[in-house]
Write a protein that binds this ligand. Sequence first.
Ligand code: SF4
Length: 498
Amino acid sequence: MAQKGVQVIATEPDGLAAAIGLEPGDTILEINGEKVLDQLNYQFLISQKDESVVLYRKADGDLVEAEVENGGDGLGLDLAADEVKTCKMNCVFCFVHQMPKGYRKSLYLKDEDIRLSFLYGHFSTLSSSDEHELDRIIREKLSPIHVSVHATDPEARVRTTGNPKEGHILRKIDRLLEGGIDVHTQAVIAPGYNDGAIWEKTLAELWERRAFQETGPWSGKGGVLSLSCVPLGLTAHREGLTQVQEIGPAYAKDWVERWTPEARHLARDNGGEPWLLLADEWFTRARVEVPSRAFYSKTWAQLENGVGMVRKFQDHAKRFLGSKRAEGFRGRRALLLTGSSFAPILNQTLMALNKQVGSHLRAVAVKNNDFGESVTVAGLLTGRDLQYAAHADRTASHAKWVDAVVVPSASLRTHTGPTDQYTLHGQVARAQGTFLDDMTLTGLSDDLQVPVVPSGANLAQLLDHLEAADRLPPMQGRDLAKVFHTEGLNLPQGAYNP
Ligand code: SF4
């Protein structure tokens, strides 16, 4: 039977691929006698030898075998995007199940793919990973990967994830650790499902498997590098779904009071490296300050998972305010739209900036009409909600409105339905910037008749964006990745260098 292989979509004009006759439309079937499974596997196989034998099929069906001296490097080509894998779970807090209707198809995809876990830090429950795939992770050293554990207790995991076959997550994790793979883990906390004694068991069993353990029963080469806990998020669209309790301020406060000291204690026992990580949302929901820098990992582990973003932003802002660059904001009038959980924090920083340099920057909390008011994070604001908030603000402003509107970079993330949204060369395919509801950055800018720019990850990036807007109005047709900082837009982090 014909092998599937990976399809070439572009070759560099003077590259090795072109030199051995590969053209767009051809399919690479084997490298050094091994079937090529996908892009990542291609990168692995081609990096194994200085001289490789490539078997490929021409578009007309002819098979060609070619030898190439590649020195362990890639051949200079782009491959068609891989089909993303999907999970086999039915989690009580699944966001996809709580999505309002009518968005683009890719947003309803329950993607769970260890390749994305390795490349982008996406979490996988490993429900789609069979024995072969676990072997592959080990062989290709796809480390570290990110695993949604939720509960190590088999019964609790089954209840939380709705899949009776996926209770024994520790078996899979142990297999990976024994194979030398490091693992970042998370538990999304659902009251009554995996909190209380279940959570304590999860924590204890993952802690036993932590990395850098000097003594103790664990002797594998890999280790559990971190465990984050994240409060579940509920939208207004739960018709027909299992009842689950929301995590409100009181629950969040109890959690913070119980687990913040424990996290500090565990960090001390882990050679000073934080291991138990509390997502920012615990603190914002509890309405308390996020902890200081020392509470977070030195490498900001799980930042993309919402751990430490507020602290990182605030610490950067403090340094920025002490720099000459802050003067670049002098006289600027801008409206910063963000989620209601971050707005008060952002406003504190903006007030200090305004006072110092004479700028007129304001943050406004945007109500999430599409997902429901209980959703307070910036990353789930739609173009429509941002547009509505901007118009309302303009209507309410008696004086001259603003010179620019700033939207959260997280609301332009391209990570959902990733197969059509990136290439392994780090390009953001949706370059123009698209919100969840397919409204574009330029569309919003046209509507508001002022430049609309993404926030970036900090004040320095925001200033870069505002200055880019000064230089390049309007933004139509501009490549977002070239004009704006792309942090938060999910570019590959750990790919081999093809
Ligand atoms: S693993 Fe993720 S996508 Fe799948 S059901 Fe659970 S929360 Fe939803």
